[in-house]
Design a binder for this molecule. Structure first.
Ligand SMILES: [Zn+2]
Length: 99
């Protein structure tokens, strides 16, 4: 299944991520923060997914804010991915994972 990955930043500076299916529904949401060792899963959903200009809302797992961001459907880049596959962050976290 093709999916697109989008990213935005919370007011607390965490990076919020979501994978979208071709209907622009959220398949998975997660958050990363270079100041924290672990990636967190994150509640996320799309709003007006059938519109060219649509929104994605995240519940930031680090600060609890509801974050609403607008995206343009024509700017999404889809690639083949397994449903269970979560794309890695665009850049590795600067803090190594806890051992
Ligand atoms: Zn936050």
């Amino acid at each position: 299944m093709n999916q697109a990955t989008i990213q935005s930043r919370c007011e607390c500076q965490a990076c919020l991520w979501a994978s979208l299916n071709p209907q622009r529904y959220v398949i998975a949401g997660w958050a990363t923060d270079p100041r924290r060792p672990r990636q967190e899963t994150c509640a996320a959903h799309s709003i007006n997914a059938d519109q060219e200009q649509f929104q994605v809302a995240w519940l930031c797992p680090y600060c609890g804010r509801n974050v609403l961001r607008s995206f343009y459907a024509g700017a999404l880049s889809y690639r083949a991915a397994r449903v269970s596959e979560r794309p890695p962050p665009a850049r590795p976290p600067s803090v190594p994972p806890a051992r």
